[in-house]
Design a protein around this ligand. Structure first.
Ligand code: HEM
Length: 439
């Protein structure tokens, strides 16, 4: 007998699952209020699924006993069938081999080498930024994050229409995968109605675009020294062989998806928070005025602002693991094969760990207690599967914010954004009024 955490009966699970399709964050938070920071729902005839926002349990799964936890089939099958089998979507020996091969591309020095291109991309983007009008900045920050990945990791030029198509296809695939995961009882219908096939077609088209880029690069015989070159040239330690074309394509698509959507969301939320907290905005502008690139990316206040924004709106708001063998944590015990969702959004707003959790207060990341925040703050995950692009993303966001606040003033305009918890936590829109600062 296993001792699962408390939770819902069969009918309770079904009712909550229906509610969660519409409003996942509220439904989960409500369940946490009822059962505490770890609860369970029915997952099969005899099995249950768990959800936790307990930081020690999360740390246990991601780090302390990580060997006993894989990513679930939602990621390795449902997501992978559209975005491919690569770093984000694989497990075990295959994942480790890929991680070792790709990790050097994200080494500290490599990222430093990308700073100038990041900065140029940001400056170019800000030159065309719409001012003196009400504008939804969410698609814009997404586009910027897309361009930064494109220009830094894959030094290629694509026509705007193609970039738009890539962005749209990636967004639509994501919406479909999440609908499929949230409504397992409708899987048969998604197959039958041709929705799976249509999304596979979108994925095929995306891969064809990226495949063409790869082929052109191979036949040009010019060295670019970017991540794409690195992926094409990298050799596995054990065999001395490189990746197949399909493998490289999988990894490129995954880096595109993982690398732009998360950062774009975080930037949009941060601009909204700055627009609604002028004191923080003015302080950020004052302390970062005239900083060089290397000073910007390491400035404690700018890092605190980004962290505080990702505390309130973690782009990866939840992710999951499945236990391989029977395991236990505290008073709970559960069999191998149990899916556990890690509810980062809930932990980041839990008043047990954060004073006045709903207020936007970057200073909490600078104060004396900040050393403890690492234990209750997981925007980039943790353990061996920690986000490979975390420094890349932090540097990009710091450079963007410094440039943005030095040039523009911003104020909220229109309805506040609503959270859309898909694979990432998106705002439905972020309407702002942007004004150029007269120098
Ligand atoms: C604000 C920006 C970002 C956030 C919040 C974020 C968050 C995360 C999280 C939470 C994970 C771990 C998921 C899990 O353990 O199940 C992850 C993994 C990953 N991220 Fe990021 N990410 C960001 C930016 C990036 C960027 C810029 C890239 C690449 C250019 C990237 C590439 C990846 C990849 C490839 C993985 C899988 C790593 C592995 O499993 O070995 N991410 N990210």
């Amino acid at each position: 007998m296993y001792n699962y955490p408390p939770g819902y009966s069969f009918f309770g699970t079904y009712k909550r699952a229906l509610e969660a399709v519409r409003s996942p964050l509220e439904t989960i938070q409500d369940s946490v209020r009822i059962y505490g920071d770890t609860y369970s729902v029915v997952a099969g005839l005899k099995s249950r699924m768990m959800l936790t926002q307990n930081p020690e349990f999360i740390d246990y799964i991601l780090r302390k006993n990580q060997k006993n936890y894989y990513k679930s089939k939602w990621v390795t099958e449902k997501l992978a069938r559209f975005i491919g089998n690569g770093l984000l979507t694989s497990n075990g020996a295959y994942w480790l081999r890929q991680r070792r091969l790709i990790q050097p591309g994200f080494h500290h020095q490599k990222i430093q080498g990308l700073h100038n291109i990041m900065k140029e991309t940001i400056d170019e983007f800000l030159r065309g930024f719409p001012v003196d009008q009400k504008v939804d900045v969410f698609p814009l920050t997404n586009r910027l994050a897309f361009d930064v990945v494109m220009n830094t990791l894959f030094d290629v030029e694509l026509p705007p229409a193609v970039i738009e198509e890539l962005g749209r296809a990636i967004g639509e695939i994501q919406e479909f995968v999440i609908a499929d995961i949230r409504q397992p009882w409708k899987s048969w219908w998604f197959e039958l109605s041709g929705q799976v096939a249509r999304n596979k077609e979108k994925s095929k088209r995306t891969r064809a675009i990226l495949g063409k880029v790869m082929q052109e690069r191979k036949s040009a015989g010019i060295k670019y020294n970017d991540l794409l070159d690195m992926l094409l040239d990298a050799r596995y330690e054990d065999t001395g062989e490189g990746m197949s074309e399909n493998q490289v394509l999988d990894e490129i698509l995954i880096l595109f998806i993982a690398g732009h959507e998360t950062t774009g969301n975080a930037l949009a939320w941060t601009l909204y928070l700055l627009a609604t907290h002028p004191t923080v905005l003015h302080k950020l502008r004052d302390v970062t005025r005239g900083l060089a690139i290397s000073e910007t990316v390491s400035h404690p206040y700018i890092i605190a602002v980004i962290n505080e924004s990702m505390r309130l709106y973690p782009p990866a708001w939840a992710f999951d693991r499945v236990s391989l063998e029977d395991d236990s944590f505290g008073e709970y015990s559960y069999p191998g094969g149990t899916i556990i969702a890690l509810f980062i959004y809930g932990l980041h707003r839990d008043e047990k760990y954060w004073e006045d959790p709903l207020s936007f207060n970057p200073d909490r990341f600078i104060s004396d207690h900040s050393k403890d925040t690492g234990k209750v703050f997981f925007p980039f995950g943790g353990g061996p599967r920690l986000c490979i692009g975390n420094s890349f993303a932090m540097n990009e966001m710091a450079l963007f914010l410094q440039a943005f606040v030095s040039q523009f003033d911003l104020a909220a305009a229109g309805a506040p954004p609503k959270e859309r918890a898909l694979i990432t936590l998106r705002p439905d829109h972020v309407f702002l009024e942007i004004k150029t600062i007269r120098q």
